[in-house]
Design a protein around this ligand. Structure first.
Ligand SMILES: [Zn+2]
Length: 150
């Protein structure tokens, strides 16, 4: 199968989050056959829920749609390096491949901080691909935080 990136869909979700006044992060879950089965964006403010990160919401929606508790063979696209909570959720969900756009040295938990997937307690680590769409994702985040400071 030819590789088709779903990062643009995740970036669309990130833009939708920014329009709602949420930190612009979007995520997409893709089935083994290549179809998008869930897409979500950050909703911590809207839902009054500190765990309502895009990855968690997309994983929940995908599992609910499929009626299963894990997503083996599924891929997840997200516009920002997952935090430790989301990295753990990605591991629990048995996501096959993780694609993320922007690095997050401050709060990331994959290449930074807790580095959840390289921890001895991590029972499932996805293949990780970073940097796809990072320029656009970083621009969205920068514009969002700049507008909040004014
Ligand atoms: Zn997170």
């Amino acid at each position: 199968m030819e590789f088709a990136s779903h990062m643009q869909t995740a970036l669309d979700e990130a833009r939708a989050a920014a329009d709602r006044g949420e930190v612009p992060v979007g995520a997409v879950v893709v089935a083994p056959g290549g179809q998008v089965i869930a897409r979500a964006s950050n909703r911590t403010r809207t839902l009054h829920d500190p765990t309502a990160h895009a990855e968690v919401l997309a994983i929940r929606a995908a599992c609910a749609a499929l009626g299963q508790e894990r997503l083996p063979g599924h891929d997840l696209y997200v516009t920002l390096e997952p935090c430790p909570m989301c990295a753990a959720a990605i591991s629990f969900a048995r996501i096959r491949r993780l694609y993320y756009a922007a690095n997050d040295p401050k709060s990331g938990g994959v290449a930074h901080g807790a580095r959840v997937f390289s921890h001895a307690q991590c029972h499932h680590a996805p293949e990780v691909y970073d940097g796809i769409g990072s320029t656009e994702a970083e621009a969205l985040l920068r514009a969002f935080f700049k507008s909040r400071r004014q």
